[in-house]
Write a protein that binds this ligand. Structure first.
Ligand code: ADP
Ligand code: ZN
Length: 610
């Protein structure tokens, strides 16, 4: 039980099995505690490298490491990745046909495997504990351990079946891993699993390679298309939408505009969902327009962007969803296309919830609103939510740090807009939306304006000197400042608030912030720690390597990122290795992968490198 491996041996094993020259922050300390036979509780952000923390100890010690995992897709991914790295691993679950199951069980009897992945349900099947006893369990690992807590966002009652194993295997250590960070969930996991004086590791939640932006500009499908077109067309990403209808609408609109996209939501039948998820994971589909039903179980490490089209449910949810970008450590973009109108919609949803749930939901909304409107570093704000203090003033990786939005005096235009809202409302009684108000300002000739004789209003055409975009943005700003408000029932209908009326009468100076064009801007060089992978590499060679990776993945029937991550391919396209030794020196190229794929990658490099 005492650690029998020194630092050099640990690093050698890391190099040999995984091809990595160094540990990520926290990994080494966790590995040491796992090797030392302690109970462990480890909290690492998504992409932090949790799997390695128990996989490396598994290959270094005798006995079987049993990993409890919530989804068959996740198990399959992990087993594929281990297999490809040359580590003997398997999974037993209900999806297997009997002959295959028999084959795996026989292997377990013989002690062929270092790791076994199982769903929690299996743990209480009759006879399974006896099986485990015969197979010689070295440790239990609980992956996605927050699933055991009702306070988490993903409670799975089956996880409650894990704790009773403790009594049956009193001497076997338990290790729990999660990326869900709230203190309440953390304490609950430790208690529910009955961890004994666990070594607790909490890594920083900063994802330095992610750039966070909240795009304050009129939110249109065209803006999204332009944003996606500005990115390399071999990049894959997720667009999260709040409703099934929106995922379909966006996927259709993007596809029609020449950006191939699929929709994914819980309303699709299981076969369609599985097929679409597979297409995304295998790099066959570029954009997935999805509800948050799409998420856990997606281990795809080369998700290059996550867009939010609707208001996230909470800041925690936002962090988890954006966290699916850039697990390979390469730069990735998180962009929220913000639309003020959505806030009113969410408020209406909240009002329809049972009384008891409203306060918490309002608090979440306030928090997310504050985040959207903030002028301060977004990373600092996100980390603060998890109780972490960001040590720099500017991160160089969020819109507020990269392109601070200037404020300017907009009193004259704001007066025009406020008085137009007032006049139109007065004339119309029932109330109209902001689009109509802007039409009146612009002196447009619409059917509504003619029908209601709004060309007779004193504010008709007084805003001709500005374009529609400018007025829409100003309206958003006045909403933000609370000078106009939307009707909670019919959220398009606007009216002046008391503050708005006062501002109009007293001609109060009004400052607003500039709109930001929703164009992807490359990350600046001013980040505290530059993110590796963004440097120059041979793009054509990278493309050729990706093709080869896809070919190999298809032959082996595994996802491409299991063969090599994008980070590894980029390093190859930068360093252009010519010999097996040079290839082996690249981070992520371990012994087994070199033996299996080295020759083919070197051949492709020889053919394509200039
Ligand atoms: P998590 O489960 O915490 O989200 P993973 O275990 O999937 O993270 O690891 C995320 C990515 O980081 C994977 O592509 C993995 O290969 C890579 N990785 C893990 N550890 C290291 C390391 N020490 N050096 C370089 N890359 C690593
Ligand atoms: Zn910042």
């Amino acid at each position: 039980m005492v650690p029998m491996v020194d630092g050099a041996e640990l690093r050698e094993a890391l190099e040999r099995w995984f091809g990595f020259p160094t540990f990520r922050p926290s990994q080494e300390a966790i590995v040491r505690d796992v090797l030392g036979g302690r109970d462990v509780f480890a909290l690492l952000p998504t992409g932090g490298g949790k799997s390695l923390c128990y996989q490396l100890p598994a290959v270094l010690t005798p006995g079987l490491t049993v990993v409890v995992s919530p989804l068959i897709a996740l198990m399959k991914d992990q087993v594929d990745a281990l297999d490809t790295a040359g580590v003997a691993a398997t999974a037993v679950n209900s999806s297997l046909a009997w002959p295959e199951m028999r084959r795996r069980l026989d292997g377990l009897e013989r002690g062929d495997y270092k790791l076994l992945y199982v769903a929690p349900e299996r743990l209480t099947l009759p006879g399974f504990a006896d099986d485990l006893e015969r197979w010689g369990v070295a440790r239990f690992v609980v992956d996605e351990a927050h699933c055991i807590s009702e306070w988490g966002h993903d409670f799975r009652p089956e996880y409650r079946r894990i704790a009773p194993l403790r009594a049956r295997f009193p001497a076997v250590p338990f290790c729990a891993f999660t990326a869900t960070a709230t203190a309440r969930v953390r304490d609950d996991v430790v208690a529910q699993l009955g961890l004994r004086r666990p070594a607790i590791h909490v890594a920083s939640f900063d994802r330095a390679n992610l750039t966070y932006r909240v795009l304050h500009a009129p939110r249109t499908v065209e803006a999204l298309v332009a944003w996606l077109r500005a990115r390399p067309d071999d990049e894959a990403g997720i667009v999260y939408a709040g409703s099934r209808a929106n995922t379909e609408k966006l996927a259709d609109a993007l596809s029609a505009a020449g950006v191939p996209a699929l929709a994914y939501h819980a309303g699709l039948d299981a076969a369609t969902r599985a097929q679409r998820q597979e297409a995304f994971i295998r790099d066959d589909a570029r954009v997935m327009c999805a509800t948050i039903a799409f998420g856990m179980g997606i281990d795809k490490s080369n998700v290059r962007f996550v867009v939010h089209w609707d208001v996230p449910r909470s800041l925690e949810g936002y962090y988890q969803e954006t966290g699916r970008a850039g697990r390979d450590g390469l730069p990735a973009e998180c962009a929220w296309f913000f639309a003020y109108g959505d806030i009113a919609r969410v408020e209406r949803f909240i009002a329809e919830k049972p009384e008891g749930e409203q306060a918490a939901a309002r608090e979440q909304l306030e928090r997310i609103k504050r985040y959207a409107y903030s002028n301060d570093c977004r990373r600092r704000e996100l980390l603060a939510y998890f109780g972490e203090t960001y040590p720099h003033e500017h991160c160089g990786g969020c819109d507020n740090c990269l392109q601070p939005r200037a404020s300017f005096d907009a009193t004259v235009d704001a007066q025009k807009l406020l008085s137009c809202v007032y006049r139109v409302r007065e004339a119309h009684g029932y109330g109209v939306g902001i689009t109509h108000v802007v039409d009146v300002l612009l002196g447009a000739k619409t059917e509504k304006i003619e029908r209601w004789f709004h060309e007779r209003l004193s504010t008709y055409g007084i805003g001709k000197d500005r374009d529609r975009r400018t007025w829409r943005h100003l309206a958003d700003e006045l909403l933000r400042l609370g000078l106009i408000a939307q009707d909670p029932e019919r959220h398009n209908v606007v009216s002046l608030t008391e503050a708005g009326k006062r501002a109009l009468v007293q001609r109060t100076p009004i400052e607003v912030r500039q709109a930001v064009a929703p164009v992807a801007v490359r990350r600046g060089r001013s980040a505290p720690a530059p993110v590796p992978g963004d440097e120059d590499y041979d793009r054509d060679l990278f493309a050729a390597l990706r093709m080869l990776r896809r070919e190999i993945a298809a032959e082996r029937d595994v996802p491409p990122y299991v063969v090599f991550s994008d980070a590894v391919l980029r390093a190859m396209a930068r360093d252009v290795p010519r010999t097996p030794a040079q290839l082996r020196a690249i981070s992520g190229v371990g012994e087994k992968k070199l033996a299996d794929f080295g020759a083919r990658f070197l051949a492709t490099i020889a053919e394509n490198a200039g």
